[in-house]
Design a protein around this ligand. Sequence first.
Ligand SMILES: [Mg+2]
Length: 355
Amino acid sequence: MRITGLRAVYPSYRHVAPSWRTHFWQIVVRLETTGGVTGFGYGGGGVAAVEVVNRHFNELLVGRTLDSAHDIACIWDDLYAASLPYGRRGLAVMALSGVDLALWDALGKAESKPVCRLLADMGETGAPRKQRIRAYATGADPGWYAELGFTGSKFSHRWTGNERDYEAAVAEAERVRSALGPGALVMIDTYMSWTPDVTRRMASVLRDHDIYWFEDVCTPDELEEQAALRPFVKPTLIAGGEHEFTHHGFREIARAGALDLWQPDITWCGGITAGLRILDLARRVGVPVAPHRGGEVWGLHLIAASDCMDLAEVLPGMRDGARDELWLGEPVPEDGYLTPLDEPGFGVRPNEALL
Ligand SMILES: [Mg+2]
């Protein structure tokens, strides 16, 4: 088939928070093809990425052939090269991610296969298909997550420069542990707010709390600093990577030995195509991969078909909290596990009311 149209939209989110990063600034990409197959993708980068897709990628894509994963890889390389002067990282690759995912969705629909089966059939992802995937809940309502059946939870902690932040971290770790029980996974996401010194002291005060990983303790530019922390915080893992892009970026992480666990965001790092290349690299250097927001279909299909860790991040929010349902048909965790649905492509469609 041939690509006949490409268009990105920034959704009209209704439940907005007072932050420019509301909804992670996610965009929807719609790809039209001959034969009537429509592919949908999810990217980052907000209105700026919408412009990249509609004013640059669009003219490079219309008329191209889309019949195989090889076609998608060639398109990826061409769009990466074309946007290289202003891209390589950040919003250009976030825009490329949305296009890549729309291509995979369209290919899956054309072949009447879910993306995870397309990937498994390619035989290049390192493992057979997982039937179901353990989910963990990120957020601040551990009691509810335990009721929902989750056996892992990650809470957010920001270092504000106050000594009491150490006690707050310990208190929250205890609250999550008592809600989920002794066997559960408990993780902390610091969103780049812990310095190396803070991380070292946190590792001591949390020593007896069996924290599985510390996430994003430093900025993505502080690779040596994170590498130095790894032996110090053991057995807790230093995790990160949601703010890194493509296999080129992860090669720098690998070279520095910066992280025990990689967390590429499939809607930001360059889509499934970049995800496959990152996984290939991770396999060679022996680092486990657990995609950021991996419980959303875009990461979930890659986890299901590959040797990614059997662990998918879900953001359930708070009990009774209002939220936008942008994607319809998404699998819902049951007893703490997710199963990718057997629908062609990624199996979801956008809620047109929000577009
Ligand atoms: Mg994070």
